[in-house]
Design a protein around this ligand. Structure first.
Ligand code: DC
Length: 230
């Protein structure tokens, strides 16, 4: 079996990590995996069935009783709940309010982490989340932690028109017992507050080159002309 590579991108809510991870995956032709969406899908399942997010036994029962599939569509991870793509609901206010609680359930994490690791069996990955470099793939040499000031992060969410109390979520994500949001010791930290998406991707590519990342030995992968904001 061929060895696949994984680039881990972690960071708090609205740090810009999704836009960056997606753009990086496109540049490298790697599979983009958004693990936050996996926790959100489980949360949507719970809130849409009236199951409290802190009722671990009932949340786990939902996972057993329903068909939850994490696959690949168009170079990205995809999710189907009983055959239906739940994407339109994953940024729902109720999901934002409950996802950090669902993410504290150990067995939910264990199941999702196993599925996240399974992606590496067949793909090179850019995987983003909270614990990718620290817990899901601690052995990867390619780890990045994207941050931004609280003001910039709040403004980004406001611009998206999404109701999301990110400071409460950050507190819960950083304070939980199971795989909290931490900066992995060997992660390269990037403050994206005043950078464009392409600026952050450029910094990551520069760092990957320094580390001898195999696909970047012969110069840059692409030369972006457009500078998109996060
Ligand atoms: O990246 P996001 O904001 O969509 O993530 C939603 C929530 O999911 C986040 O508040 C905590 C949880 N999460 C997690 O615990 N571990 C991950 N690897 C990704 C997300």
């Amino acid at each position: 079996m061929a060895e696949h590579l994984v680039i881990a991108i972690d960071g708090p809510a609205a740090s810009g990590k999704s836009s960056v991870a997606k753009a990086l995956a496109q540049r490298l032709s790697f599979l983009y995996v958004n693990t936050g969406s996996m926790y959100r899908a489980v949360t949507w399942l719970a809130v849409s069935r009236g199951v409290p997010a802190d009722d671990a036994a009932r949340v786990l029962a939902l996972l057993d009783e329903n068909e939850v599939r994490f696959g690949v569509t168009d170079d990205e991870s995809s999710i189907h709940l009983n055959g239906v793509d739940p994407s339109p609901y994953l940024l729902d206010e109720r999901v934002n309010a409950n996802v950090s609680t669902v993410a504290t359930i150990q067995e939910v994490r264990q199941r999702l982490v196993a599925l996240q690791r399974a992606y590496l069996e067949e793909h090179d990955l850019v995987m983003e989340g909270r614990d990718i470099g620290s817990a899901v793939f601690p052995g990867t040499p390619y780890k990045f932690y994207i941050d931004a000031s609280p003001e910039v992060r709040a403004m980004r969410r406001q611009k998206q028109g999404v109701q999301d109390s990110i400071s409460a979520r950050d507190k819960q994500d950083s304070g939980r017992r199971a795989s909290p949001l931490i900066i992995a010791e060997d992660a390269h930290v990037i403050d994206s507050s005043h950078l464009t998406i392409d600026g952050v991707v450029g910094e990551i590519i520069g760092r990957l080159k320094l580390k001898g990342f195999p696909f970047l030995q012969n110069g840059p992968v692409a030369n972006p002309q457009v500078h998109r904001t996060i």
